[in-house]
Write a protein that binds this ligand. Structure first.
Ligand code: DX5
Ligand code: ZN
Length: 221
């Protein structure tokens, strides 16, 4: 089971792709225990990032937990491949899955933690039925597809509501928040009830990886 604690989860989307191993070693020695890997297909989101080969190569360089965020259509076709590549948490979008219960069950049967992500314009109602079967809900606080975007303020109310439902139902589900997390937004996201804080640009954007990680961590602990 995933630890329900406050953690900064660096997103490699803003790391140096020509020096991924170097950036991974740096963030690992700064204290990161989970890395967020953003997979984009150019269909579900208007951008392409990387796929299973890169996840596999990353897995060969580190022992940290790999948190793979699939921003792709038809994720069912790739679940086993991402498990084989080394993903420990596999998150699919509610908007991309017609038979979400089947997808989540399959992810767990493959031995991974199962996450469900919701876009900013998607209501919490859409995940009500699947919530008890998930290990993690990934609340998008930007429109997925790009790093370095501005945090959408209405996400805070969504996190507050989700946190309340999880407590009322006495679930172990982790709330992870993704997009626009930085020194000015992290504290209010923490107060809203989030556990994992994905951060790309705020960690890798200016090259001060270790410093950025520790400053952000101090705000959410
Ligand atoms: C966006 C990705 C995010 C992205 C966050 O579609 O899902 O994980 O890397 O980037 P920042 O922290 O720069 O908003
Ligand atoms: Zn992401």
């Amino acid at each position: 089971m995933l630890a329900k604690e406050s953690l900064v989860v660096p997103s490699l989307l803003s790391a140096n792709f020509a020096n991924l191993e170097r950036d991974i070693k740096r963030i690992e020695s700064a204290g990161a225990t989970i890395l967020h890997l953003d997979v984009m297909d150019g269909h579900f989101v208007p951008n392409i990032s990387f796929g299973t080969n890169v996840v596999k190569a990353i897995n060969a360089t580190t022992d940290v937990i790999l948190d793979t965020h699939l921003m792709i259509e038809n994720p069912d076709h790739f679940l086993e491949q991402f498990r084989d590549a080394g993903s420990d948490i596999l998150t699919v979008h509610v908007e991309a899955c017609t038979h979400l219960y089947r997808t989540i069950t399959r992810i767990k049967d493959l031995g991974m933690n199962a996450g469900v992500s919701i876009n900013p314009a998607t209501s919490l109602n859409t995940i009500e039925e699947i919530l008890p079967f998930t290990d993690l809900i990934l609340v998008m606080s930007v429109n997925p597809g790009f790093g370095g975007q501005k945090f959408i303020e209405s996400s805070l109310q969504k996190i507050i509501s989700l946190s309340k439902i999880i407590k009322e139902k006495n679930l172990t589900t982790i709330i992870e928040v993704d997009g626009g997390i930085d020194l000015s937004t992290a504290k209010e996201v923490k107060d809203a009830g989030a556990h994992y804080f994905v951060a790309g640009n705020a960690i890798f954007g200016n090259g001060n990886i270790e410093n950025n990680y520790s400053l952000l961590t101090s705000l959410i602990k």
